[in-house]
Ligand binder design. Structure first.
Ligand SMILES: [Zn+2]
Length: 104
């Protein structure tokens, strides 16, 4: 049967193509799920899961949890704070932050 071989190759081709499509669909679904998961955590406290709000303390943006009052610095914010020439800048900021966002 001379035409059996090409037919088998065809089957393999379609099987491989289907497997590739399934793999691509699975990867896209995983990526979408991960994106949804990230969005759910945006501006949420990494510790207790409540909302974070952004406050400005001496020009430095600090995110603070509305529930546990934990604070969060974005990349570069802690660094820019350290570069300020104000003495005890960290102590001043932390004291201000400790008074809490709920004071507003
Ligand atoms: Zn919290």
């Amino acid at each position: 049967m001379s035409h059996e071989k090409p037919s088998k190759n065809e089957d393999e081709y379609f099987a491989r193509r289907d497997a590739d499509l399934i793999r691509q669909q699975r990867a896209a679904a995983q990526q979408a799920a991960a994106e949804t998961e990230r969005k759910k955590h945006f501006m949420k406290c990494p510790k207790c899961g409540y909302d974070l709000i952004t406050g400005d303390w001496d020009g430095v943006q600090i995110d603070q949890c509305t529930h546990c009052h934990g604070i969060w610095f974005d990349a570069g914010e802690a660094e820019s704070l350290m570069k300020k020439s104000v003495p005890n800048i960290l102590a001043r900021v932390f004291r201000a932050v400790a008074k809490g966002v709920t004071r507003k």
